[in-house]
Design a protein around this ligand. Structure first.
Ligand SMILES: *Cc1c(COP(=O)(O)O)cnc(C)c1O
Length: 222
């Protein structure tokens, strides 16, 4: 069933890329496995999926060390949850990307620790597009102001931007959100843009997303 879901999503990704005149290889699918067991991750891996996203450090650690996943050497993780500074140490050198660098203090601490290890971390800067008070992320203006300082941090490599736009009933209504993220990415001269989830990943791809994060449509409802 996970294999069927992945195949269906792959077809939709390809169709969205075709509509947008984009290359399929320029869009990375992150399978968001939060709350699902290692066996589900393994099933997706067997179906060809290689990149997975997790939100909770504790759950991720248990999953990543599960014997079912140990043989899958080329399986990669993106951290996509709210990150507390005291949990940074568990992620260093063990995930392909930390997508949710959402504040200066986290960026600075991450850089300090990664530098001490001698290996920079790939990160995305999380943007709070609508400046929603309940959501994490840099307000676009704050990000513009601090971007040079962020880029100067030696222990992080800023690959791009990430956002979790407000949920909207009609995916078409998310288009301006993805467009806003893309403009910001282009303005900052970055490459990666992580946006689009189960409900709106096609619109995100049409608007330039290079990373989509899909959970429910692959693993089922949580
Ligand atoms: C859970 C989650 C997703 C996946 O959402 P779905 O609607 O299940 O596809 C994507 N991004 C983040 C940051 C999430 O927390």
């Amino acid at each position: 069933m996970i294999a069927d879901n992945l195949a269906a999503i792959e077809a939709r990704i390809c169709a969205a890329c075709a509509r947008a005149g984009r290359d399929r290889a320029d869009v990375a699918l992150i399978a968001v496995s939060k709350t699902f067991p290692a066996s589900a991750v393994s099933e997706a891996y067997e179906a060809g999926q290689r990149l997975f996203g997790e939100n909770y450090v504790q759950d991720w650690r248990a999953k990543a060390e599960d014997p079912a996943l140990l043989p899958h050497r080329d399986l990669g993780w993106h951290f996509i949850g709210k990150l507390q500074r005291n949990k940074i140490k568990y992620l260093l050198g063990r995930v392909a990307c930390i997508q949710t660098v959402d504040r200066w203090s986290l960026a600075a601490e991450l850089s300090r620790r990664a530098e001490a290890r001698g290996a920079p971390e790939s990160v995305l800067l999380q943007v709070n597009l609508g400046a929603e008070p309940t959501k994490a992320g840099f307000a676009p203006d704050v990000l513009r102001q601090r971007f040079e300082d962020l880029q100067a941090l030696p222990g992080i490599q800023i690959q791009g931007v990430m956002a979790i736009p407000p949920f909207r009933d009609d995916p078409e209504e998310t288009r301006p959100d993805h467009q806003a993220l893309r403009s910001l990415r282009d303005e900052l001269g970055l490459q990666a843009m992580s946006s689009g989830m189960s409900s709106d990943f096609e619109v995100a791809i049409e608007e330039g997303a290079t990373i989509i994060r899909v959970g429910t449509a692959i693993f089922g409802t949580r």
